[in-house]
Every structure is written in C-alpha cells, then in structure tokens.
Design a protein. Sequence first.
Length: 188
Amino acid sequence: MNVLTLLGSARKKGNTATALGWVEDALTGMGHDVTRVFLHGKNLNGCMGCAQCKQVISAPGCIQKDDIPEILDQMTAADLIVFASPLYFWGPSAQIKAVIDRTYSLYTRYHETDHSSLLEGRREAFLMTGAGGWDNNAEGAFAAFKRMQKPHKTQYAGELFLANCTVPAEMTDHTKEKTLSFARQIGV
Ligand SMILES: Cc1cc2nc3c(=O)[nH]c(=O)nc-3n(C[C@H](O)[C@H](O)[C@H](O)COP(=O)(O)O)c2cc1C
C-alpha cells in the first residue's frame, strides 16, 4: 500500500513527530511504502474560496502556485493518507488545516448526484497529540475530520488521540503500544 503521512507539527522531534515515527515504522514493517511530508517546511497558503477549481474535474484545479498542489497530487496517488497534528485551540494545526482546506479542489458537485472526488476510495486516518484530555478538548477536531470523508468520498481508516502529552521522553510504553495498535488497524 502507498501511504502518505502529513506531519502538521513544526517540531520535528516533538510529540506528534515521535508518534508518527512509530506509526511509519510499523507500516513500513508491514510492507507498505511510506512517504512523509513535513508540512512546516513547505510554502502553504490558505484556500481563497475562489471556486476556480470547481471548473476542473479531472485534476485538482487549484490556481494557487505554492507547494500544496504537489501535496494534493501525492494525496491522490496514495492509498492511505495519515494526517498527524498537535491539537491547537481544539483543532488541527494551521499547516494541516491549510492542506485540508485546499482539498476543496479535489471534488466537484458535492450534494449533487454526480458528486465526484479525486480521492474516492482512498482511506484517511487522523493522529493527534494534545496536552489535555479528550473531553471538552479533542472531540470537535475528530468530528470535523470524520465529516470530511463525505465530500472526499474516502473511508475513515482510524483515529488516535494521544492525551496528556508533555515531552516525547515522557511518552509511556502504554502510549507507544496504543500508537502501534492504531498503526496495525490502519495498515490492513
Ligand atoms: C498554540 C497551541 C495551542 C494548543 N492548544 C491545545 C489544545 O487546545 N488542547 C490541548 O490538549 N493541547 C493544546 N496544546 C498543546 C499541544 O497540542 C501538545 O503539547 C502537543 O502534543 C504538541 O505537539 P508537538 O510536540 O508535536 O508540537 C496547544 C499548544 C500550542 C502551542
């Protein structure tokens, strides 16, 4: 399976990068081809809402000339996309959100019977780390991510929220085991 991981934290050795590294190693061990994109190293603009992309069905069609069109192409070429983000103000990081918003250019005629998506049939998974717990904190981010599967015409492969994160050195064996179990779930 061709797996694309999108690291949405700026911290290359932070909590999210550490957990994502465990997932990537496990997926590689299962025989999958894994490519990571470190989003913070990219030039990422927000969606302009111009809807020019909606004129194009067979390609992303976004008119912006930053690094996101290449990432969108990588997403359409993947079987499984793993979004990995720290929880920032009850949502994903700006880097992940920029990519998500620009996936607006990957589907057309949402809510119509001829709704089509260049991501159709792909699987999407969501990994988040946060300093707090789940309740009154992480639910909204996961609910929004799950909802995104409808316009994308994708399958929800799985989700993992690693709560109470401080620093990578303090991530426990239990946390690692939970993360590996998530990797096994999404890697089938
Ligand atoms: C701008 C900012 C906003 C944050 N907002 C939240 C939050 O809403 N909920 C939470 O649990 N943690 C929050 N945190 C803590 C981070 O999500 C947490 O430390 C995370 O594991 C950091 O991941 P990283 O090491 O990959 O950067 C926030 C941290 C920052 C810097």
